[in-house]
Design a protein around this ligand. Sequence first.
Ligand SMILES: [Zn+2]
Length: 236
Amino acid sequence: MRRLLSFILAGLILLTLSAGVCSSVPFTRTDSDGEVFSWVNNDKKMIALTFDDGPHPSYTEEILDVLRENGVRATFFVIGENAEKRTELIKEIADGGHEIGNHTFDHVTLRNKTEDEIEEEILGAEKSVLDAAGLRTRVLRPPEGKYSENVVKAAEKLGYSVVLWSVDTRDWAHRSAESITRAVLDNVTSGDIILCHDFISGESHTAEALSELIPELKRRGFAFVTVSELISQWDK
Ligand SMILES: [Zn+2]
């Protein structure tokens, strides 16, 4: 009886573990309906690296260094509040030829907000970037990827595309450089939008992972473009 119980228990543990593995597979190809992009249909091996939540006083700089060393451009979805505090970094991102996207003014979840509240959040972040670098943001990533019909409507009204992701590195969970690298290399295909973070509270291995994975992706023939460039390549 005891043996049977431990057998059942072992089975249950195994099931739980495999469910955990499945749910952590960082790959979804949904929601690309021309309004909300989690990936972009193209066969040109173009992909977009994206960084959320910054700028961060040290991690953004580290990431910019790796991108510069590899001659790669990316998209930074900045939070308005952070952009206001670190205008030099916003300028540096823009000067590096990267795209600056909008991640709301103070990183609130937009899903349950009214259209007016959503517009206010978007315009707040837009103003921070405009003041810092003279650029207008044109792509919106709703915090946590949570959006609603109101988000789509507000974005459309203000001339934004809503952008999610198709490969999630889960780097915010302080994963090792190796895990981040594997999450990308094992899943990436043409048209993917890769989610990373340049602002993480605590330890970050994102820059280290990028120095591994960017050369390997280049070797595989992938080209790195900004999110707006990727969207413009949509094969209808
Ligand atoms: Zn975020």
